[in-house]
Write a protein that binds this ligand. Sequence first.
Ligand code: PLP
Length: 211
Amino acid sequence: MSESITGHLQLIRTHLNGKAELIAVSKGQPSEKILEALEAGQMLFGENRVQEAIEKWPVLKSRYPHAQLHLIGPLQTNKIKDALAVFDAIHTLDRPKLVDSLAKAIRKGSRNIPCFVQVNTGKEPQKAGVFPENTGNLIYHARAAGLMVKGLMCIPPVDDDPTAHFSLLQSLAQVHHLPWLSMGMSGDYEKAIACGATHVRIGTAIFGERF
Ligand SMILES: *Cc1c(COP(=O)(O)O)cnc(C)c1O
């Protein structure tokens, strides 16, 4: 199995060709598989649940102090303190109340880590993220509260061609002078790269199916 995780990482890095950071999405994967990726030199990972991250990552980070972990799933305000202790960036800043709660935790001594604002580019009712037309307001609010807003993130609707959504995110980032774009997963990362992705979030194409 170790050849396969190492081999998948090599192949994806070849495709990325240095154009974007590879976030290895390790949600639902056991620590043994994550260790294989760490041993292969992968140092940037993504998890979508705070609880799962605090169960797996303190041990992994003590063995690999250079490893970085990004939160790619929803953040509830009661998990903020734990999240700021284990994660190195948040991709899912999506509402004013979360901005205020993060700012409060940081004032009380939690780490101030870089954030991406999640944009609901398809305006899907069940999906997290600000609507495109409200992105500017949330960025303004977050910056005024002292957060480090560095980029935008989106998850396109499953049935749409993702390119339109990636292009929309790219133009929003340009308008708001944000350098980072978190977009692209196992099935569509090449399209995301073509639209200027700086961070791709890839799980199954590296680790196989989740449990
Ligand atoms: C699970 C997940 C991914 C990775 O998806 P794959 O299809 O396994 O590559 C990327 N982004 C988010 C937000 C996710 O929840």
